[in-house]
Design a protein around this ligand. Structure first.
Ligand SMILES: Cc1ncc(COP(=O)(O)O)c(C=O)c1O
Length: 378
């Protein structure tokens, strides 16, 4: 067996299952699940129709690089969305089967196996970054390292899961300076970029353009899962540094991660339409508008810059909060400490729970009523 597999942590949802294993929630209250960030708004008909209309594509092996039509649709979307000059669809981007596999595979492509190889992740963070680093033979570093020696890759996540924080231009400038000084690659995970309430979040490629920098050592990952309510389509892309994209294509050819032609057709339809994305944002904004004012001390949360999570501060231990909320009120939320690692004695996810506002509005409202009642009794 690959000994690195033993280093992988249980996934946060496995930890949650173990945490609530002994619970017997009241049968009279319907279960409300807010622990997983799985979009629940309907997948747009234009995406389903394009998929159904392209089923003949199942008869062919697709190319790993994707069709020119898909690559052009992605380049055009990036130019429209971020106001950047169109990327070269031939060399600067690739389709991926959702960002999860791509974020993982990217580390396998860029990490040079050296004893001091290190990968920097945010903290709290999306656990795939950690697993990608470990299986590439690198040591994950959580949050800003004390020294940048040995750092080969850094994952950024903006809007962040779970906090919803969007990185501004000053943060990007600092990160680009660090990457230049220490020679590491930046993988910018932007899968929540289209779920926002005021300003469209700044993207990594956009920040690079605004700062007059090229895309050297920089790639951005984007996805249709949240933007277009199509997590089952498994469709996204990676874009940026042509030298990195070239090697990533090489890796992916061997890994065997080409996108089905039917999925490519559906993806083209999705990237070319913004109306369904606007409607999606409206539905999330409506939920935040209704639910946030229901929060009373000792609970506190702000509207995130982007994404669909409430990152709720809890008055007590977050695992105890989540366990008892489920036991007493049949509402599932994710303890923040499961999404972070303890560094120098501090787990930055502790005393927070992540609440995914993915169910329909009435369920989100009912869940928040129960959470408020539960918290009042703490
Ligand atoms: C931060 C982050 N990145 C990436 C993903 C993966 O999304 P997908 O593989 O569906 O594109 C998720 C999914 O929840 C996520 O939260």
């Amino acid at each position: 067996m690959n000994p690195r597999l033993a280093k992988l942590q249980p996934y946060p949802f496995e930890k949650l299952r173990a945490l609530i294993a002994g619970n017997a929630p009241p049968a009279g209250l319907r279960a409300i699940n807010l622990q997983i960030g799985e979009p629940k708004h309907p997948t747009p008909a234009l995406v389903k129709d394009a998929l159904a209309g392209a089923l003949d594509g199942l008869a062919s092996y697709p190319l790993t690089a994707g069709t020119p039509e898909l690559r052009r649709a992605i380049a055009a979307w990036l130019a429209r969305r971020y106001g950047i000059p169109p990327l070269d669809p031939e060399t600067q981007l690739l389709p991926v089967n959702g960002t999860r596999e791509a974020l993982f595979a990217f580390a396998q492509t860029v990490i040079e196996p050296k004893p001091d190889a290190r990968v920097v992740c945010p903290n709290p963070f999306y656990q795939i970054y950690e697993g990608a680093a470990l299986l590439a033979g690198a040591t994950p570093i959580y949050g800003e390292p004390e020294s940048w020696a040995g750092v080969q890759l850094l994952y950024a996540c903006s809007p962040a899961n779970p906090s919803g924080h969007v990185m501004d231009l000053a943060e990007w400038r600092r990160l680009f300076e660090l990457a230049e000084r220490h020679g590491f690659v930046i993988a910018s995970d932007e899968c929540y970029s289209e779920i926002y309430f005021e300003r469209p979040p700044l993207g990594a490629l956009e920040a690079a353009q605004r700062l007059g920098r090229g895309y050297e050592r920089l790639v951005a990952f984007s996805s249709l899962s949240k933007r277009s309510n199509a997590p089952g389509l498994r469709s996204g892309f990676v874009a940026g540094d042509a030298a990195l994209i070239k090697q990533f294509l090489r890796y992916r050819t061997y890994h065997g991660s080409a996108m089905s032609l039917a999925v490519q057709a559906a993806s083209i339809a999705a990237w070319q339409d913004e109306r369904h994305v606007e409607e999606n944002r409206r539905l999330y904004a409506q939920k935040f508008d209704r639910v946030l004012p229901m929060m009373r001390p000792p609970l506190a949360a702000e509207r995130p810059d982007g994404g669909f999570y409430i990152w709720l501060r809890t008055p007590n231990d977050d695992t105890e909060f989540a366990r008892r909320l489920h036991a007493q009120y049949n509402v599932l939320v994710l303890p923040g400490s499961f999404l972070a690692r303890t560094v120098r004695g501090v787990n930055p996810g502790a005393n927070h729970v992540r609440i995914a506002l993915v169910p329909p509005l009435d369920e989100c409202v009912e869940a928040m009523e129960r959470i408020a009642r539960f918290a009042a009794g703490l």
